[in-house]
Write a protein that binds this ligand. Structure first.
Ligand code: X8Z
Ligand code: ZN
Length: 496
C-alpha cells in the first residue's frame, strides 16, 4: 500500500491541500503554454511548436520555437521547489528517505539495487547510442554547416526534430543517405486516405483483437476524448484511464493524423488492454508488474506495425524492397535508440533533486549537465538559472515518474523478440509482425492478467521465459544497423 501512489501527501491537511494545488497549478501552466513564433501574429500551442521543430529546416525558426516553448518553465520554479519539499515530507512520513527513494522502491528489489540495475542496462545500450549520435551529428553538420553543428561539440537540441530531443525520427529525411530512398513516415498515407482520429484508434484496436483480446467496450468510444475540444483548455499530453478499475476504459488525447500519433494510439491502448486484463485481481494488484511493463505493452505492439503489416491491412499499397531495411532500422533507431539517454536522465535529475543533492539554485545547470553527459545535446544558446527547463517537459510539472519509459524502451524489444520467436519468426526481428498470432496473444494475456500480484520477474517469465531485464533484444534488433553506422563514422567524438 505504501507503494501504490507516485505522490504521498503529508498528513497535515493544509499541507496536503497545498501540494495538490501546486501540482494542479503547474500542470495547468504547462497545458496552457503558448508562444508567438517570430514573424507570426498569433500565439500557438505545444503541438504547433512541435510541428515547427519536426518540419522546419530554418535554424532561426527552430531556435525560436524551441526557446519560445521553454519559457513555460520559468514561472513554475517557485512552485516546484515547494512541491519537492512537501512531496518529500509525505514520503518521509511513510518511512522513505525522500520521494526519489520512494519511486526507486517499486521494483521488487532494494532501491539502490534498482539504481544499479538501471546503470547496467544503460551501459549495455550506450555504445549503440554513441554510434547513432556520431552518425547523426555528422549528417547534421553536412546539412547545416559546421558553425551550426560543430563536429566536436554536443548537438544543439533544436536540430533534432523534437522539443526535448527525445526522439529524432522527424529528421530521418535529413540524415538518411540518398540511397535509402524509401520513406517510413506513415503520415502521408494516413492523410491521403482521409483517416479520422476514431479510425486511428480502430486500427490499433483491431491489432489487439487479432491477438485474441476482446474489443473495447462501447463506453470507451462514448467517453474517450480523441480530439482537442474547441470550447476549453485541456491537457493534451496523451493518457489512458481506467476510471472504475473494472471496465470504464478511456483515452484522452488530441489526436493528429500523423505516423507519430498512430504509434501513440497503440501505446495508449496498450495501457487500456493491460488495465482490463488485471481487472479481476484484488484491488491492490490492479497494476502492471512494474511501471515499465505498462509503458512497454503498447509499444511492443507498435513494433509489429511493419511495412508488411501495413500492406496487409490496406494502409499502404507497396512494401519497400528488403534492400531498404537499413533505412527502416535507421528510422526506428531515431525513434527508439535516441530516446534511451533521455529516458534515463529525467529521473536521474529528479532523484538528485528529491535527495537534495541538487539544490534549487542549480536546477537548470545540472539539467543541462545531464543532457550533455547522457544525450550529448546542448541548448541553442546559454541558459541560466532564470530559466527552468526541466518543467518544459510534461512529466516534471505533472509528477509522473520517468524511469518507466527507459525500462519500457528496453523491455519492448525483449518482449518483441520473445513473442516473435513464440509466433514462429525465423527472419530478422524488424521484419516480423505478431499480427494475428494467438500464441503471442496468449503470452501477453498471461503476463497482463497477473497484474502486480507477483514480483515482476514472474510476469516477465510468463511472456518471455526470462527473469532478468535484458537489452539483448534491442541490440539484436539493431545489430545490422550498428555495423552500418560504425562503418559510416568514427565514434571517437561522441558523448562520453
Ligand atoms: O508520456 C508518454 C505517453 C503517455 S504515458 C504518451 N510517453 C513518454 C513521453 O511522451 O515523453 C510515451 C513515450 C515517452
Ligand atoms: Zn504510457
Amino acid at each position: 500500500m505504501r507503494l501504490t501512489l507516485p505522490l504521498i501527501a503529508p498528513s497535515d491537511p493544509r499541507e496536503s491541500e497545498e501540494l495538490t494545488r501546486l501540482v494542479a497549478t503547474m500542470q495547468g501552466t504547462y497545458s496552457k503554454g503558448r508562444h508567438t513564433p517570430a514573424g507570426s501574429a498569433e500565439s500557438v500551442d505545444l503541438q504547433a511548436l512541435s510541428r515547427i521543430l519536426a518540419e522546419s529546416r530554418d535554424p532561426s525558426a527552430l531556435e525560436d520555437a524551441w526557446s519560445g516553448w521553454h519559457r513555460v518553465g520559468r514561472s513554475m520554479r517557485t512552485d516546484f521547489v515547494r512541491y519537492v519539499e512537501l512531496a518529500n515530507r509525505g514520503s518521509r512520513e511513510l518511512g522513505f528517505a525522500d520521494t526519489g527513494e520512494m519511486w526507486r522502491s517499486k521494483y521488487d528489489m532494494p532501491p539502490d539495487t534498482f539504481a544499479r540495475e538501471v546503470e547496467r542496462l544503460w551501459q549495455e545500450v550506450r555504445p549503440l547510442y554513441r554510434s547513432l549520435h556520431a552518425y547523426v551529428r555528422s549528417r547534421l553538420a553536412a546539412v547545416y554547416g559546421p558553425d551550426e553543428v560543430p563536429s566536436d561539440r554536443p548537438i544543439p537540441a533544436h536540430f533534432l526534430g523534437n522539443m526535448w530531443a527525445q526522439s529524432w525520427e522527424s529528421i530521418y529525411p535529413l540524415v538518411a543517405p540518398p540511397e535509402f530512398s524509401a520513406r517510413f513516415d506513415l503520415t502521408p498515407a494516413l492523410v491521403a486516405r482521409g483517416t479520422s482520429p476514431e479510425q486511428m484508434v480502430k486500427f490499433a484496436e483491431s491489432f489487439f483483437v487479432s491477438l485474441g483480446l476482446p474489443t473495447l467496450p462501447a463506453s470507451f468510444w462514448e467517453r474517450s476524448m480523441l480530439v482537442r475540444p474547441r470550447d476549453r483548455e485541456v491537457v493534451c499530453h496523451a493518457s489512458a484511464w481506467d476510471i472504475d478499475f473494472v471496465d470504464d476504459l478511456r483515452i484522452k488525447m488530441c489526436i493528429e493524423i500523423t505516423g507519430d500519433d498512430f504509434t501513440t494510439v497503440h501505446h495508449e491502448l496498450g495501457h487500456n488492454f493491460y488495465q482490463r486484463a488485471y481487472a479481476r485481481q484484488p484491488f491492490l494488484f490492479r497494476d502492471s508488474a512494474h511501471d515499465g511493463f505498462h509503458e512497454a505493452l503498447g509499444d511492443t505492439i507498435a513494433l509489429s506495425v511493419t511495412p508488411e503489416y501495413l500492406r496487409e491491412i490496406g494502409l499502404v499499397a507497396e512494401v519497400p524492397d528488403p534492400s531498404q531495411d537499413l533505412g527502416l532500422l535507421l528510422y526506428r533507431a531515431l525513434e527508439k535508440v535516441a530516446f534511451l539517454p533521455f529516458g534515463l536522465l529525467v529521473d536521474r535529475w529528479r532523484w538528485d533533486v528529491f535527495s537534495g543533492a541538487i539544490p534549487p539554485s542549480e536546477y537548470n545547470r545540472t539539467w543541462w549537465e545531464l543532457k550533455e553527459r547522457y544525450q550529448g545535446v546542448a541548448p541553442p544558446s546559454p541558459r541560466d538559472e532564470g530559466e527552468f527547463d526541466p518543467a518544459a517537459k510534461y512529466h516534471v510539472p505533472s509528477n509522473v515518474p520517468y524511469m518507466r519509459y527507459f525500462l519500457a524502451a528496453i523491455l519492448q524489444f525483449q518482449f518483441h523478440r520473445a513473442l516473435a520467436r513464440a509466433a514462429g519468426a525465423t527472419g530478422p526481428l524488424h521484419r516480423f509482425s505478431i499480427y494475428g498470432s494467438r500464441e503471442a496473444g496468449r503470452r501477453i494475456q498471461a503476463m497482463m492478467e497477473m497484474g502486480s500480484s507477483r514480483e515482476w520477474p514472474d510476469a516477465l517469465e510468463a511472456l518471455t521465459g526470462e527473469r532478468r531485464m535484458d537489452a539483448g533484444g534491442l541490440l539484436d534488433y539493431f545489430a545490422p544497423l550498428q555495423r552500418w553506422l560504425d562503418a559510416q563514422t568514427r565514434t571517437g567524438s561522441a558523448p562520453s
